[in-house]
Design a protein around this ligand. Sequence first.
Ligand code: NAP
Length: 527
Amino acid sequence: MTIALTGELLIGSQSKRGEGAAFQSIDAASQQAIAQPVFHGALQGDVEKACRIADEAFDSYRALAAEQRAQFLDDCAARVEALGDQLIERAMAESGLPRARLEGERARTANQLRMFATLVRSGDALDARIEPALPERQPPRTDLRFWRIGVGPVAVFGASNFPLAFSVAGGDTASALAAGCPVVVKAHPAHPGTSELVGRAIQQAVAAAGLPEGVFSLLFDAGHEVGAALVQHPAIRAVGFTGSRAGGLALVKLAAARPEPIPVYAEMSSVNPNLLLPGALAARGEALAREFAASATLGCGQFCTNPGLMLGLAGAEFDAFAANAAREFGAVNAGVMLTGGILRAYEKGVERLAQHANVTTLARGAAAPGRAQSALFKVGARELLADATIGEEVFGPSSVLVECADEAELRAVLRGIEGQLTITLHMEAADADLVRTLLPLIERKAGRVLANGFPTGVEVCDAMVHGGPFPATSDVRSTSVGTAAIERFLRPVCYQNLADSLLPDALRDGNPLAIKRRFAGKPESVN
Ligand code: NAP
C-alpha cells in the first residue's frame, strides 16, 4: 500500500501541517525539487507540545513490561520493512544512494530494532545488583539494590548519510526507546520524505501497542531553530546526533548552557587512520591499494568511518602503494553526493588540500558537473605535524597518504592526531612486535582498533564500539552502534532499605523476572 506523503509534522498521534517555513525535498542527483509534498517547519509551540507529551508518556512507557516494550520494537521493525519499495525509492531520490545500499540499510535498521528488543527481553541492560543487609556488621549495613532506568525524553537528530540506519528509526531512536525513553526526532532536511514514511510507521506502532502518544514525535525544520529549541527544552534529558563537528558542538554548547545541563552524544568527525605496516606492504601492497581505493570511494566516501589518512614508512614499497592507489583513484567515476551543501563542503576541503604548499595531489578521479571528483593526496609526516589542518576530515571520496621517515615519526603522528572512531592496522605476523609497541598509543586515540580490513563496515552487535575520543564524539564513554548504545540513555538508581513490595520486579527477592543479577558481589544463580 502506498502512503500519501503530506509533509506534516507527527506530534504524538496527530499529523499537523507545520506553520514554519516551507521547503521541499531535493533530488540528490538532479538537484531539482521533488514536487510532492511541500514540508512545513515546526514552530516553538510544536516543540513545546512534542516535548510535553513525551514527558507525560515517560512514566507509563518506562513502566511497561519488558515483553511489551520488546514487542513494540519488533513491530517498529516489521512496519519499517512493510514500507517496501516506496521507502527505498524515496530514499534513493532524496539521498542519491543506490538501491542495494539502501536495501541493506533497511535490513540493518530492522535488525537493529530487533536486537534492542532481544536486549530488553533479556533484562541485561538493567544491570541489576543487590547487596543484602548485613545487620551483624559494625556498623550494620542496610539492604541496597541498584538498577538502571531511562533518563527521560531524548531528542534525536537524523543523520544525512544514513537516511534509515542513523535516522528516524535508527540506532539513536532504537536504543532510546529500548531504554524506556520517549523520542522526539528532528528530521534531517536532506531526506524529509523518507523521514515521514518511517515516522508514520513508528506512529502506527505506538498506536497499535496502545502506548501513550508522546512516545514518539517527528518534527521538520529547514533551519536550526527547531533543533536548538528541542535541545533547550526542559523535558528533554539527552540528545543523540550524527553530523558535522560544527553542528555537534553547537548542540553541546546549548545543552551545557541550560539551567539544567544535559548530555549530548554527538558523533562528529573522524579520519580513521590506517597504518600500512612494512610486512603487509611487502606481502600485498598492490591488493591493499585496490581495497583502500574501493573503501575510500565507496558510497562517494560519505561514511564517518572512511579511511582518510594512510600512514606508512618511506621506501620503495610505500612509493609503489602510492602509485597503485593513485591509479585506482584516477579511475573512479564522479559520484552523486547527499546534498548540494555536502558537495560544496567537499569541494572546499579538496581545494584547501590541493592548494596547500606542502601537500601533493597524487590523483583526481573523473569529473562531472554537480558530482564529486575523488581525490588522493600525499604529505610528509613532518609537514602534517606542523599543520594539523591537513589531517582534518574532508567528508567525501578523498584521502591523504602520510609518508613517515621512520617509526619515530609514525609514533609522533599517532601522538599528534585527534580522537578517532577507528584506527586500522594492515599487518603481517612480522609486524606484531612493532604493533605491540604502537597499541598503547592507538588505544588512547580510537574507539575501534582493526587488523586487516577496512573500517567502513560497522557491524551492529554486542561487541561493537562506534565512538571514540573527541572530535570523533562529544562523549568518549559512549558508542552509538551496538547494544552498548543503550547506556547513553540509562541512569543508575539505588534503593536503600526499601520494602520488597515497593521495589521494581527486577530487584525483588526471588528474582521474579529471572534476569541476570549480581547478588552480594557475585553473579546470582538463576533457576
Ligand atoms: P550537519 O550540518 O551537522 O547537520 C546535522 C543535523 O543537525 C541537521 O538536522 C541540522 O539541521 C542540525 N544542525 C546543524 N547545526 C545545528 C545548529 N547549530 N543548531 C541546531 N541544529 C543544527 O550535518 P550534515 O548536514 O549531515 O552534513 C554537513 C557536514 O557534516 C558534512 O559535509 C560532513 O562534513 C559532516 N558529516 C559528518 C558525518 C559523520 O558521520 N562524521 C555524517 C554526516 C555529515 P539543518 O540541516 O536544518 O541545519
